[in-house]
Design a protein around this ligand. Structure first.
Ligand code: ADP
Length: 173
């Protein structure tokens, strides 16, 4: 999967066409990456988010990016981990698929993701990484217009897990 890269960094610094926000269903900001994106984008982002009427888990809604160096922010609420038998896997895959579909619909060619749901939502990171890489790989296979997807891992431990999952998926190709 040459069009999928895994890096360590801060997604608010990404100069991709779109970045994805691991939001909550209210879309009114929060902690973690959501808080970092709102702080860096500025208060106009919250004003636009207030007009959106929230977003269901697994769906995705775009906004402008205001003070961020990207063009769009795609907001997607990930599933809260509840033991794994409440549809969390399918909902997490939907986050990646629907975010990429929203970005492609806006003409984006490069998209960056954080590790959705693996922070305060407590989705196990190994399992989340396999789902993320499979969902992104499936989307890329049917959407040649997307040139690059970057998984932006905030810490080294998360980076290592996503790198391992990508290597595993590559061996299965
Ligand atoms: P969720 O509520 O979906 O679990 P969190 O924001 O709590 O979302 O965590 C998701 C991931 O985002 C975690 O791995 C966290 O370390 C990471 N993260 C936090 N800040 C940033 C940032 N600025 N850039 C990229 N990833 C970040």
């Amino acid at each position: 999967m040459k069009r999928l890269q895994i890096v360590q960094g801060d997604i608010t610094k990404c100069q991709t066409d779109a970045i994805v926000n691991a939001a909550n269903t209210a879309l009114l900001g929060g902690g973690g990456v959501d808080g970092a994106i709102h702080r860096a984008a500025g208060p106009e982002l919250l004003a636009e988010c207030r007009t959106l009427g929230g977003c269901k888990t697994g769906e995705a809604k775009p906004t402008k990016a205001y003070r961020l160096p990207c063009r769009y922010i795609i907001h997607t609420p990930g599933p809260i981990w509840n033991g794994g038998k409440s549809g969390e896997d399918a909902l997490l895959a939907s986050c990646y698929r629907n975010s990429l579909a929203a970005a492609a619909g806006l003409g984006c060619k490069t998209v960056a993701f954080p590790s959705i749901s693996t922070g305060v939502y407590h989705f196990p990171v190994e399992r989340a990484a396999r789902i993320a890489i499979a969902a992104i790989g499936d989307f890329l296979a049917s959407h040649p217009e997307i040139e690059r997807v970057t998984m932006v891992c905030f810490d080294r431990a998360t980076l290592a897990v996503y790198q391992d999952a990508l290597a595993e998926a590559g061996q299965a190709d």
